[in-house]
Design a binder for this molecule. Structure first.
Ligand SMILES: [Zn+2]
Length: 166
């Protein structure tokens, strides 16, 4: 039974309206109707279903495979690609190392954040999400800015080893 069918049967079983079920779950009624239409919902919504309707909804969690260690994990949102802070750090270093290698001749210090992190369409930066970048920055250097500074130093060669860019 897919989630859409499950929700339809839940409504029939309880003899309630879509809006009543939405209230019970604690979501907007548009969320319930989009589930019924078969649209994907995030793990956060699934966790609300589990809490309100029972553990049989745990089967609808969407697990992701960690890009670093291959372990299955439950991402809070679809931008998270790694299972832990440790794997996230390795992933950022891997992406930065790859990016540094292909951008060796560029003057990184002159780049804008958009260029460094790939927000701009013109200049492609490393594909690291801001959330992931921040979590690593906090762990390693205290702040986003300090991590950025460390990275620029690393790319100029002085902190290469400590950054794992070897
Ligand atoms: Zn992992």
């Amino acid at each position: 039974m897919n989630l859409s069918e499950k929700i339809i049967s839940e409504i029939e079983k309880r003899k309630i309206k879509q809006s009543d079920l939405a209230r019970l779950i604690g979501v907007d009624s548009t969320v319930v109707s989009s589930i019924i239409k078969g649209r994907r919902v995030g793990n956060l919504t699934i966790s609300r279903l589990v809490k309100a309707l029972g553990p049989e909804y745990e089967q609808y969690y969407e697990y992701q495979t960690c890009e670093i260690c291959g372990k299955k994990f439950l991402p809070k949102n679809n931008r998270i690609k790694t299972c832990s802070v440790e794997c996230s750090r390795l992933n950022v270093n891997k992406i930065c190392a790859k990016w540094a290698k292909s951008n060796r001749s560029r003057n990184i210090a002159k780049d804008t954040d958009a260029q460094r992190f790939g927000w701009g369409a013109k200049v492609k930066g490393p594909a690291v999400s801001v959330a992931e970048y921040n979590s690593v920055a906090r762990k390693e250097h205290g702040s986003y800015g300090q991590r950025g500074a460390a990275e620029r130093l690393a790319q100029s060669g002085t902190m290469r080893e400590s950054m794992g860019l070897g």
